[in-house]
Design a protein around this ligand. Structure first.
Ligand code: COI
Length: 353
């Protein structure tokens, strides 16, 4: 909803203190919109004041979940502002679109449109090492129809939220519950798409895990119930003496852009990174033998998030004495140095606005 000018100035002052920010709670003055219909294709790209939108109660997204989203960030370094690999987000958006029968967008056009919006909202980008401007592009199906078919019309939006760390304790290692009851998705389902429904499917499990004192759940595969997939809001990596491993993109895991970047960074430094099937039993054994050195998650919102504890069917796996490990710490610094433009990253990773 539009807030009065004076109130927005007050809000801007308030959130200069990063501790008041939280994640995804406050939104900037403007947003980007673009419509699709079958006759015109994508059209009417526009930047307008952030405000409520009006939809018919019959809009298809409200009934059948034909909606996808993306997440990326803008980082401030003095007067400079950087986006991190935004082309990858719009590529992934198109893969999600394809899976949900949403027409493709022009990826290059979207990067340029995003740069315009960010430039307009520069003032909202926090000047902090711990906070950034979270960017949420998304598409909703808006045909006013109740038949179960792909919609013929869509609305694409980008909203912006100055945000602090996703986890309230920042880099403090988190406790994760290995989900043994619910299933997020299976191969052939929506798991590789960034679809709202995947997150809806995770809520029950997330609530129950939180009630038990955990901040996230780790999903295991829905068929064998033994291979590790991903955490609620991030991909996951395991560090042993010999290698760094992460579950392969099996067809039910979200292909994270931070995941991909971390693999590329580690490989460029000559580290051994393997993407393969990893069973929870293997992790238990590695832990028992003292060979599991670190676990960390990767995600746009979560950045690099050390895991201090995994809990699986009554067994507690305490990792690195519940403290942040050397590799997680190194990767956090390396990645954030590149994202904030304090260090030159690989070609194309830093897009200045
Ligand atoms: C992100 O990391 O951008 C995500 O989309 C995860 C979550 C906030 C849903």
């Amino acid at each position: 909803m539009n807030i009065k000018f004076e109130e927005r100035e007050e809000l801007k002052e308030k959130i200069k203190d990063v501790n008041n920010l939280g994640f995804g709670q406050y939104f900037t003055d403007y947003m980007f919109l673009m419509n699709y219909d079958e006759d015109t294709g994508w059209h009417d790209a526009r930047i307008v004041p952030y405000d409520n939108i009006s939809l018919p109660p019959s809009a298809m997204c409200l009934h059948y979940g034909q909606t996808i989203f993306e997440g990326l960030k803008a980082y401030r370094n003095g007067d400079k502002v950087f986006l991190f690999r935004p082309d990858e987000n719009f590529k992934r958006m198109n893969r999600s679109n394809d899976r949900l029968c949403i027409p493709p967008i022009d990826e290059e056009f979207m990067v340029e449109a995003l740069k315009k919006l960010i430039d307009l909202e520069r003032d909202w980008i926090p000047d902090s090492k711990e906070a950034s401007l979270y960017i949420r592009p998304f598409v909703i199906a808006i045909d006013p129809k109740l038949g179960v078919h792909p919609s013929g019309s869509y609305l694409l939006m980008i909203i912006l939220s100055p945000s602090g760390p996703y986890y309230k304790d920042g880099l403090a290692p988190i406790k994760i519950y290995v989900e043994d009851k619910y299933v997020r998705t299976v191969k052939g389902g929506l798991g590789t798409a960034k679809a709202g429904g995947n997150y809806a499917a995770s809520l029950k499990s997330q609530v129950e895990a939180e009630e038990k004192g955990f901040s996230q759940v780790l999903w295991i595969d829905g068929v064998n119930r033994k291979y590790i997939e991903e955490v609620g809001s991030m991909n996951i990596f395991f560090v042993t003496e010999d290698e760094i491993m992460t579950p392969e993109l099996s067809g039910s895991i979200l292909p994270g852009i931070t995941r991909k970047s971390i693999i590329e960074l580690l490989k460029s430094e000559g580290k051994k990174v393997v993407e393969r099937r990893i069973s929870i039993e293997e992790i238990l054994t590695l832990h028992k033998e003292g060979k599991l050195l670190e676990i960390f998650g990767t995600g746009t919102a979560a950045v690099i998030s050390p895991v201090g504890e995994l809990f699986y069917e009554g067994t507690e796996i305490i990792v690195n004495n519940g403290e942040i490990g050397e590799i997680s710490n190194y990767l956090y610094n390396e990645l954030t140095d590149i994202q904030w433009g304090r260090k030159k990253g690989p070609e194309g990773w830093q897009v200045e606005v």
